[in-house]
Design a protein around this ligand. Structure first.
Ligand code: AMP
Ligand code: MG
Length: 306
């Protein structure tokens, strides 16, 4: 059985300790996890995902102390933010310590660190005692999985162990915040918004332009995309296949919540359903602008670049 429950914790940890990969639930999306300290395990994850070697992995840790031990430098801002938002959907980019192999950080001198909240992921880290590199459990460029079934399907590997932790609460990837230069800068919008970050730090936070930051190589161009081309529109036509805020006019339309958090939690699963219909195009009614919608709008914009 590739999809397993908590009874398989020992088998999952053994697999990780032997340098192989497993799919694990986090509160953001399902991740393809491996021992972050083992360069050949990390190489395997890049290979299984078809991920470009230039796109760094996020390393998952137990807590701030664990993070600091893997960082080359753990600035005061990292201390404040981790105390406030960890465990949770915030990745902090800081100078890399020597224990993390260069392949994990795509050759960069920095590393993205995050302490996830999902009890299954935390249980695995606790038992195997390793920091885990875990990019989303899908082939590079496609939709992130938010259920165990979607992770298994998205990787297309019949023997892959996938630990079931239920549907992901956030359903959207972590906020990535760069603390490695003078000014904190959001490299990827996510569940933790700019206002919360600024309030915690008591200072301004910059927003990296779309794909503009050379420090965030994975954020360039098309990403998070269904196979079917995706187009944004002010509203859906009668026969469109897509996501709408209004009363659906066809069975191929999904009505989305007006709340950005609930919208984000449904987004990838909904696109997966529509993607399976083999339509010519998926039309998505443009969500509102504003900070609360930044993560959703970022994913939709990037899914529409083709
Ligand atoms: P994923 O694992 O697919 O959610 O993607 C992780 C993303 O986090 C990457 O695509 C980068 O944009 C960002 N990231 C991770 N590590 C770093 C780093 N050291 N410097 C800049 N961005 C990073
Ligand atoms: Mg990904």
């Amino acid at each position: 059985m590739p999809i397993v429950g908590p009874e398989s914790l020992a088998q999952v940890c053994e697999t990780l300790l032997s340098g192989r990969a497993v799919a694990l639930p986090t509160e953001t999306v399902y991740g393809l996890a491996c021992n972050a300290l083992d360069p050949s395990a990390v190489a395997l994850v890049f290979d299984l995902k078809g991920r470009p070697a230039t796109n760094p992995l996020i390393v998952h840790v137990r807590d701030a102390q664990h993070a600091a031990s893997l960082a080359g430098d753990w600035p005061h801002e990292a201390e404040l933010l981790s105390a406030r938002f960890w465990p949770g959907p915030l990745t902090l980019v800081v100078a890399k310590g020597t224990a993390i192999p260069l392949i994990a950080s795509a050759g960069l001198g920095t590393v993205g660190l995050r302490s996830p909240a999902h009890p299954v992921f935390r249980g695995v880290m606790e038992i195997c005692g390793l920091p885990l590199a875990a990019p989303s459990a899908n082939r590079s460029g496609s939709l992130s999985p938010t259920t165990a079934e979607a992770a298994l399907e998205a990787m297309g590997l019949p023997d892959l162990l996938v630990m079931d932790g239920g549907p992901c609460a956030w359903g959207i990837e972590s906020t990535v915040l760069d603390l490695s230069s003078g000014t904190p800068e959001i490299l990827r919008p996510g569940p933790i918004g700019i206002e919360e970050l600024e309030a915690c730090l008591g200072r301004r936070v910059e927003v990296g332009g779309h794909g503009a930051s050379p420090r965030s190589p994975g954020q360039i161009g098309l990403h998070y995309a269904p196979r079917t081309p995706l187009r944004l529109a002010d509203r859906l036509a009668l026969a469109d296949v897509g996501l709408t805020f209004e009363e659906p006019s066809a069975g191929t339309q999904i009505q989305m919540p007006a709340d950005p958090v609930r919208y984000g939690a449904m987004l990838f699963a909904s696109l997966r359903v529509l993607d399976s219909l083999g339509a010519r195009v998926i039309v998505v009614q443009r969500p509102p602008q504003g900070p609360a919608w930044a993560a959703v709008n970022d994913r939709l914009l990037r899914a529409s670049l083709r």
